[in-house]
Design a protein around this ligand. Structure first.
Ligand code: GLN
Length: 486
């Protein structure tokens, strides 16, 4: 059961091949056997999952099942879940039990899905390797000495290892696409505003967006249709109809115009990653797509602009963790200032503190114009680069990451970690959607092909990704780790 896609599992449940309870029990058993080694879950909600599975089976027996009824999945531990710890990978929220559900959690539950638990992540979604989690690093199921990527590394590793068929992640600067690439799964970052952020712990509010991580583009289409849509509780969510994202999956790609940004194939790109990506692009050519080189001239400014804007927003968002209202509180504070200082010093990890310091500095009087305002101006230029490129081509393609998954512990210097995000970060600054699909390997470590489209072009991205998955079987490969422990 664990090697099937969500779509296949849905068909098997509908055909009565097994019940949702049997499926849920089988996956909970895998989590129990395998996750001690992987560490992809922070919290497993077995009891709730089994009662939800029974409810799904009962609904099906009454003829009330929808396309997602009874399907298990996992939620990155950044989504508020009523009655269940929502830690955001931080000691600060280690004992925080949310009093309400995030909009996406509510929608997935209403569609009949079953959450098996909350997945591990970099603290407050800050990181590219999952090594910044208070709960310890996650291992990459393809190679246990490698990172799974971050910050949604737990979600990616859990799907890749066959612990769940799908999971939700969030992407502020690549946190869905890069771990999807590192773990050989499919991950979609929707257009900013396509999915409600209500109940998603805020990192950088103008960049954060939730999205699906699964084996196939078809599965991502199914999930996106469920989580997308306007929400009165998130003023940045966009009032725009939600199509059935599966409708266009089979459309022909003949005549598709693909742009290859020359800046995404330059220095720093691992040659074997480049070969895999170029081979993938040849598959599109064979389907009748045309390829041309384009330029995104401000690409080299994306990392500096992002690492000003994201920490600035984070320093403001994270000021709510003051030891008073919720979250970690220090023992025996001498006075209010001592309470603030020690609660925050004890509750936050090193990378989070670094970002708060950077953000507070760049927002402070005297530095605001030089850093924050300048970064916002650069952001506008980066956005314009994409809009210009989409005048000439339908989609852009390139690598999701300059290298395959690196070794655990390999990147001690924060700047070398930030440089990892070169191909993912500009997309968030521009607000456009992007998807990473499995496209080969370097040794035993997966490579992700990234496909980008204009704002609200999710349907086209999913079509383009799905057609590749009809012609290749990279997304079907499974790590030996998951197979041996079947
Ligand atoms: N790696 C980037 C960062 O550390 C992106 C993280 C994310 O998308 N949440 O900020």
């Amino acid at each position: 059961m664990h090697d099937k896609t969500l779509t296949e599992l849905a068909a098997a449940l509908a055909a009565g091949e097994f019940s949702s309870r049997e499926l849920t029990e089988s996956l909970l058993g895998r989590i129990e056997r395998l996750d001690g080694e992987l560490n992809s879950f922070i919290t497993v909600t077995a009891d709730q999952a089994l009662s939800a599975a029974d409810a799904a089976d009962a609904a099906r027996a009454k003829g009330d099942a929808g396309p997602l009824t009874g399907l298990p999945l996992a939620l990155k531990d950044i989504f508020c879940t009523q009655g269940v710890r929502t830690s955001c990978g931080s000691k600060m929220l280690d004992t925080f039990v949310s009093p309400y559900d995030a909009t996406v959690v509510e929608k997935l539950a209403a569609a009949g899905t079953i959450s098996l638990g909350k997945t591990n992540m970099d603290e407050f979604a800050m990181g590219s390797s999952n090594e910044n989690s208070f709960y310890g690093p996650v291992k990459n199921p393809w190679d246990l000495s490698a990172v799974p990527g971050g910050s949604s590394g737990g979600s990616a590793a859990a799907v890749a290892a066959g612990l769940v068929p799908a999971a939700l992640g969030t992407d502020t600067g690549g946190s869905i696409r890069q771990p999807a690439a590192f773990c050989g799964i499919t991950g979609l970052k929707p257009t900013y505003g396509r999915v409600s952020r209500y109940g998603m712990v805020a990192y950088a509010s103008s960049l954060d967006q939730a999205g699906p991580m699964a084996r196939s583009a078809e599965d991502c289409a199914l999930l996106l249709g469920t989580i997308a849509g306007h929400d009165l509780r998130d003023s940045t969510s966009v009032a725009r109809g939600v199509p059935d994202y599966r409708d266009e999956l089979e459309a022909s790609l003949s005549g598709l115009k693909i742009g290859l940004p020359k800046e995404y194939f330059g220095d720093g790109l691992d040659p074997e990653v480049e070969t895999a990506v170029r081979d993938a692009i040849k598959v599109y050519e064979s389907m009748g797509a045309s390829i041309r080189e384009v330029s995104l001239p401000h690409t080299d400014l994306a990392i500096p602009a992002y690492y000003v804007i994201a920490p600035a927003e984070a320093s403001s968002n994270l000021s709510r963790y003051d030891g008073v209202r919720f979250g970690h509180r220090c023992e025996n504070p001498a006075d209010l200032i001592d309470l603030y200082k020690r609660s925050r010093a004890e509750g936050f990890g090193e990378e989070v503190k670094r970002r708060i310091l950077i953000g507070t500095h760049t927002l402070s009087e005297g530095f605001f114009d030089a850093y924050y305002k300048k970064a916002q101006q650069v952001r506008r230029l980066i956005r314009q680069d994409f809009l210009d490129a989409f005048e000439d081509v339908d989609v852009l393609m390139g690598p999701a990451s300059p290298t395959p998954a690196f070794d655990l512990g390999a990147k001690k210097d924060p700047v070398s970690m930030y440089l990892q995000d070169i191909y993912t970060i500009a997309i968030n600054l521009a607000g456009i959607p992007g998807i990473s699909v499995p496209a080969g390997f370097v040794g035993n470590r997966p490579v992700g092909l990234q496909i980008l489209g204009p704002h609200f072009a999710e349907q086209q991205l999913l079509n383009v990704a799905h057609q590749f998955q009809q012609a290749t079987d990279w997304h079907r490969r499974q790590p030996a780790f998951g197979k041996e422990n079947a």
